[in-house]
Design a protein. Structure first.
Length: 306
């Protein structure tokens, strides 16, 4: 048996092992958290605010998150097993010292309502064979969390990471940004960007504006639409500073902002023109278009306006 075969066998042995047993949510499902979530995403659906409100389905994982203080361990209400940490340590020993979240999948079986007490358990569902990606070679690790409310299965959350050994770079690569994924629903937006226009969809029925582009109106369900060209003024509604993972096309640390446009919709983009540690919520910004290579033009927002 080769060293690679031995590592693969040791990794596979973790499949099916529990990562968390008898987990309990730090808080019951509650309206303040629902409100914060909806405000951050700009979701104004009355389903989440009216009497008899339910939680947005995509909040499924939020009710299980440990926060900065973490979940109690040992004999506390949440028992985190050592299996997941052992698995990550084994990958570290194999040289897969970097990590990036790749995707998640959620299945919704029961709506969550304010007052619901959340319990959950997590299992290591799969560890892939060694894969080669542009970031480097490594293994995809998938966990599956089953979320219960009032003893009933409410949903399932699968979360996948890549633990990898960074690819060695012999020559500094050109600054090539990842390309946006184009489809029939968003092609018009990116065509506008190429013309240095930031186009916002407008429902032909209720006239509501929406960004990012969607195939139908999230307010009235209408399928007809036209576009409005954004004037370009905005403010920083929220932001994060990116430090990791390092990637050749980016120069961390840098600020990524959730920009509220004057038209009332929001867009995620880079904040430029000011140091990353000077970006602030409420800062006025102005749209500009930046060319990164022969094919890539992206909308960014310049801060530091006088």
């Amino acid at each position: 048996m080769t060293d690679d075969d031995d590592l693969a066998a040791r990794l596979k042995a973790y499949e099916g092992r529990p990562a968390t047993l008898a987990g309990t949510g730090k808080d019951p499902v509650n309206l303040p958290m629902i409100r914060h979530w909806c405000e951050a995403l700009g979701d104004t659906s009355p389903a989440y605010t009216s009497p008899g409100a339910v939680a947005p389905p995509t909040m499924l994982q939020a009710w299980t998150m440990a926060g900065l203080a973490g979940h109690p361990g040992g004999s506390g209400p949440t028992t985190r097993t050592p299996a997941y940490d052992e698995l990550l340590a084994l990958l570290d020993e194999a040289g897969c010292t970097s990590v990036v979240a790749t995707d998640c999948e959620q299945e919704y079986l029961r709506p969550l309502r304010p007052g619901d007490e959340i319990t959950f358990d997590t299992v290591i569902e799969s560890v892939s064979a060694r894969k080669t990606t542009k970031l480097g070679t490594g293994h995809f690790v998938t966990t599956r969390t089953r979320v219960h409310a009032a003893g009933q299965l409410a949903g399932t959350h699968r979360f996948r990471i890549l633990k990898y050994a960074p690819a060695r770079r012999h020559h500094p690569p050109a600054e090539t940004r990842p390309r946006p994924v184009l489809n029939r629903d968003n092609a018009g937006f990116w065509e506008g960007v190429q013309r240095h226009e930031l186009l916002i969809q407008r429902c032909a029925g209720c006239r509501a504006l929406r960004l990012p582009w969607l195939p139908g109106c999230d307010r009235c369900g209408g399928l007809g639409w036209d576009t409005v060209r954004a004037a370009g003024d905005g403010t920083v509604h929220s932001y994060v500073v990116m430090h990791h993972p390092p990637f050749p096309a980016f120069d961390p640390p840098y600020a990524v902002g959730l920009i509220e446009l004057a038209e009332g919709v929001r867009i995620v983009s880079n904040v430029v023109g000011v140091p990353y540690d000077k970006v602030r919520i409420g800062m006025p910004v102005r749209l500009e278009f930046r060319r990164y290579d022969d094919e890539s033009v992206l909308p960014v927002f310049r801060g530091g306006l006088s």
